[in-house]
Design a protein around this ligand. Structure first.
Ligand SMILES: C[S@@+](CC[C@H](N)C(=O)[O-])C[C@H]1O[C@@H](n2cnc3c(N)ncnc32)[C@H](O)[C@@H]1O
Length: 219
């Protein structure tokens, strides 16, 4: 599915989120505390927004994604300098093609709700992080306030897929959007899953009335 929408992904993202995703990504990068020379893994890198930002901070980035089409857009968007800092790899978050304790930071944006076995992916994050390493997960979430949640659900379940149909002509891909969020754990539960996977110092902050959240977890 992501291969199919790769060419329109960035445009639709900006429209459907009214641009708020840009600020959320910026916030997630601040929380990641990336330093020059860090090895940073971007899981579900997609078209590369987080990878580019990590590379701009002097990191060596491994951009992993299941979709070769999304990674092809990342490569097309990148300058020669960025290409020297970002290695792309087709791979699955549930079985990362990396050795144990090989990266300093993991960043992942809007990916983990798409993963089949989330517990397994979190265990993989834990495995590949070095001692002192940190994972930062930016993902859509469930707004805690009931009235706002109802309003948001109308937008997310009805309006956003209809707008995406109109702009992209890919009805199925954007019907998937609400379907991917419904079974995804609430923010407190995701924090618990991170602890179960062996992370310490797990914290999260809700963004924009809780429609998204950033989880930070350390090894
Ligand atoms: C909504 S996009 C987000 C892309 C990018 N991180 C961003 O912030 O815009 C989700 C990405 O996760 C990838 N993905 C989904 N399941 C995956 C998995 N199990 N392992 C690796 N990547 C996955 C998809 O191919 C897609 O590129």
């Amino acid at each position: 599915m992501f291969d199919r929408i790769a060419a329109r992904y960035d445009f639709l993202n900006r429209v459907l989120s009214f641009g708020t995703d840009i600020g959320w990504r910026r916030r997630a990068l601040v929380r990641a505390g990336i330093e020059r020379g860090h090895a940073v893994l971007d899981v579900g890198a997609g078209t590369g927004d987080l990878s580019f930002a990590a590379a701009a901070r002097g990191a060596h980035v491994i951009a992993i994604d299941l979709s070769p089409g999304m990674l092809a857009v990342l490569t097309r968007r990148s300058s020669l300098e960025q290409r020297s800092r970002i290695r792309t790899l087709v791979g699955n978050a549930e079985a990362l093609p990396l050795p144990d304790a090989s990266v300093d930071r993991i960043v992942t944006g809007f990916t983990v709700r798409n993963v089949g076995d989330l517990g397994r992916a979190l265990a993989e994050f834990r495995r590949v992080l070095r001692p002192g390493g940190r994972a930062v997960i930016l993902e859509l979430s469930h707004p805690p306030h009931a009235t706002f949640a109802r309003l948001y659900s109308f937008y997310f379940d009805r309006v956003a897929p209809a707008v995406a149909d109109l702009l992209s002509g890919d009805r199925e891909a954007y019907r998937y959007l609400p379907r991917s969020l419904r079974p995804f754990p609430e923010a407190a539960r995701l924090a618990e899953m991170l602890r179960d996977a062996g992370f310490t110092r797990v914290a999260y902050e809700r963004l924009t009335f809780g429609i998204a959240a950033i989880h930070v977890a350390e090894v």
